[in-house]
Design a protein around this ligand. Structure first.
Ligand SMILES: [Mn+2]
Length: 235
């Protein structure tokens, strides 16, 4: 596992009724305690602690080339979460639907490259959660202002559902909503802090999830917002 800093090894917490041997026997995780949400969904507490404070600077060139924008839903509504992308392809939404595109529609240019330390972080988090060989080609960057939320949805625009979703939280805390495979399934409310990483895949790959309305506050790393990096294997 490629880590940019010497790992601080912490014995992972065993929670719940584990049935995936690769998750359950991965008791030595670097820098993180795992909180199991479901069979193949974990919160790696503080896993990105070493990269989190550096992330705004790593994202600066990305956001200079591909600035924040509010995309339109296929139904014509302006999304309240501001977004950008880096990587080979970027997730976009417009009147034609949701999809991945190799070019930023604002500039007509390729999306900026994924900063290598962030890509390595996503790969390490996936491996720690039992998904070795994760090769993210897309990183969606979301910016949540106070009051902004993301309603329950599934991530289903990727080609290969065998690869997990890796989500890194930066800045203001949020309540992550994690449900089941049906919209009406019960939803867990999971607080996420600066440096926490959530990984879900396998039987939970199409789990409904969202973010509750963000509380207003200031964070030293991001100011008055929460930034979320979502790494996916889209192609
Ligand atoms: Mn999502």
């Amino acid at each position: 596992m490629a880590l940019s800093v010497p790992p601080r090894t912490v014995r992972a917490q065993r929670t719940g009724r584990a049935s995936r041997p690769d998750l359950d026997t991965a008791v030595l995780l670097p820098r993180a305690a795992a909180q199991r949400l479901a069979e193949a969904a974990v919160v790696l507490r503080g896993f990105a602690a070493c990269e989190a404070d550096a992330s705004p600077a790593l994202l600066q060139p990305v956001l200079a080339a591909a600035p924040w924008r509010h995309m339109m839903t296929p139904g014509g509504q302006r999304m309240s979460v501001a977004m950008s992308n880096c990587g080979q392809v970027g997730w976009i939404s417009d009147r034609h639907g949701y999809r991945y595109e190799p070019l930023d529609p604002l500039s007509g240019l390729p999306w900026p490259p994924m900063p290598a330390p962030l890509r390595a972080l996503a790969q390490a988090a996936a491996a720690a959660a039992g998904f070795a060989g994760f090769e993210p080609d897309a990183c969606l960057i979301n910016c949540y202002a106070p009051g902004t939320r993301l309603t329950l949805h599934q991530d289903r625009d990727e080609r290969d559902m065998a690869a997990p979703v890796v989500s890194v939280s930066l800045g203001l805390p949020a309540i992550f909503l994690f449900g089941g495979l049906r919209r009406r399934d019960p939803v867990q409310r999971v607080p996420l802090l600066h440096g926490d990483v959530v990984v879900w895949g396998g039987p939970q790959r199409l789990a409904f999830h969202g973010i509750a309305a963000l509380a207003d506050a200031q964070h030293p790393a991001t100011g008055r917002c929460r930034i979320n990096l979502t790494f996916r294997q889209a192609l």
